[in-house]
Design a protein around this ligand. Structure first.
Ligand code: ADP
Ligand code: MG
Length: 300
């Protein structure tokens, strides 16, 4: 559904490509998480899916990106809006109208749909995203989670088969993030939407991914695998993965629940080693004092 073939992007004035030789295929209906340290080019890769890179950002793109068979070199972003919707971290910067209903309708304006089709799609989207009670509300007065749901809704009304999400929950508190992630999962499970998502807060999303694509460093080749495979080698990982790595668990746990289940065996093993100090040792093992990287801590 999304295909990158040997894609490199060089921004104007840059001596080197920001991303180099990216090969990636996201099959229809999959949720793929794009991870990597800050500044490695995640947003650049995501922007290339909808053609924002390089059409809006400038720079040059070598290689080929196709979405649902359409080459982004020959299709402008607005000619891709019916196949790919792109949502960023800051919904307010995304909005062009003042109310929920207007914002949902706006996404369809360039498609030339009959008014009754537009009205029906606004209704569907209000229901799908749990926004029906907010339809007339000013966007500025909504909570962060509500705003992000409207931003997602506004790119869904053209019925895209692909959704690109650039850190959709990074700016949200945990409850708002949960609202937004529930919506994303519903789209993947119920509508078969293909999702490519970057998220700084890996502990919120890694367990939902079908596969993870890692950009380990600037210009480095992409590493693609199952969430556990990639988390075992990634320089960025959620705290629970850091704990699993310290404990020598392979593959590392992806959720706190997973870690808790395995911690039982660890506790037994430590008890067997030394009855007197076991309590202390087990506590030390389960709650490592220095987390292995600043990045893992910052996602805590
Ligand atoms: P990430 O999302 O992984 O943090 P980005 O794709 O945003 O990484 O940025 C990768 C690099 O490309 C950074 O060094 C950034 O400064 C540069 N960059 C990003 N967007 C542009 C742009 N529109 N013009 C020039 N340089 C850019
Ligand atoms: Mg980014």
């Amino acid at each position: 559904m999304i295909r990158f073939e040997n894609v490199s992007v060089t921004y104007e004035g840059a001596a080197e490509p920001t991303v180099r030789g990216v090969d990636l295929e996201v099959p229809e209906g999959e949720l793929v998480l794009l991870v990597g340290p800050s500044g490695v080019g995640k947003s650049t890769v995501l922007g290339a899916v909808g053609g924002l890179v390089p059409h809006f950002t400038g720079g040059t793109l070598a290689g080929r990106v196709t979405v649902a068979g359409r080459d982004t070199r020959t299709h402008e972003p607005r000619e891709l809006a019916d196949v790919v919707g792109t949502v960023g971290q800051d919904p307010l910067s995304h909005f062009v109208t003042d109310t929920v209903e207007d914002e949902l309708a706006y996404g369809m304006e360039s498609l030339g749909l009959p008014p009754e089709v537009m009205r029906r799609r606004v209704e569907e989207t209000l229901d799908l995203l749990g926004l029906a009670g907010l339809r007339g509300r000013p966007l500025a007065g909504l909570s962060g989670g509500q705003q992000q749901r409207v931003a997602i809704g506004s790119v869904l009304t053209p019925h895209p088969r692909v959704l690109v999400l650039d850190e959709p929950t990074s700016a949200l508190d945990p409850a708002a993030a949960e609202e937004v992630l529930a919506v994303i999962q519903r789209l993947v499970h119920d509508l078969g939407t293909t999702v490519l998502m970057a998220e700084h807060r890996l502990e919120r999303v890694v367990q939902y991914a079908d596969r993870v694509a890692l950009l380990p460093g600037a210009g480095a080749a992409l590493v693609v695998g199952t969430p556990a495979e990639v988390m075992a080698v990634s320089p960025v990982y959620p705290p629970v993965v850091g704990l699993g790595r310290l404990a020598g668990w392979s593959p590392p746990p992806l959720t706190v629940r997973d870690a808790r289940r395995r911690a039982g065996h660890l506790r037994e093993r430590l008890d067997g080693l030394d009855g007197g100090r076991s309590g202390q040792a087990a506590a030390g093992a389960a709650v490592p004092a220095p987390a292995p990287s600043a990045d893992a801590l910052s996602t805590a």
